[in-house]
Design a protein around this ligand. Structure first.
Ligand SMILES: [Zn+2]
Length: 125
């Protein structure tokens, strides 16, 4: 059993926030990868940027890769709670899902498990 990711690198989080700002008002979406229990990389899936709202992930384009732990996407509004569509999507891939909300600053993100419960993810340098 692989160790579950319990933290995210600050650098990776900053990259996510920046990409969310750049993509606004469109949604930004990417895959999260972890190494040694730390989310440390985002993987852009071709076709995810500038797609229709919440139709951003093309799962068939994902590589088969066990370092993939979940997903991240942005919401153009201030609400980082998962929508019903998000919850259905969460069930399909991984166990930790980050939602970044406007204004995309250090505390405007939340992590969720696949059932939509808060997921403890600490930020590490
Ligand atoms: Zn969403």
């Amino acid at each position: 059993m692989r160790r579950r990711a319990r933290s995210i690198r600050r650098e990776t989080l900053e990259m996510i926030l920046e990409a969310s700002r750049d993509t606004y008002p469109m949604e930004f979406g990417a895959i999260l990868r972890a190494e040694g229990g730390v989310v440390s990389e985002i993987l852009l899936v071709p076709g995810t940027i500038g797609g229709e709202s919440h139709a951003i992930f093309r799962l068939h384009m994902l590589p088969i890769d066990f370092s993939v732990v979940g997903t991240v996407h942005s919401h153009p509004g201030p609400n980082a709670d998962p929508s019903q569509e998000d919850l259905e999507f969460f069930q399909r891939l991984g166990y930790v899902h980050i939602i970044v909300a406007s204004p995309f600053v250090a505390d405007s993100w939340r992590a969720w498990d696949r059932d939509g419960n808060p997921y403890e993810l600490s930020v590490v340098d």
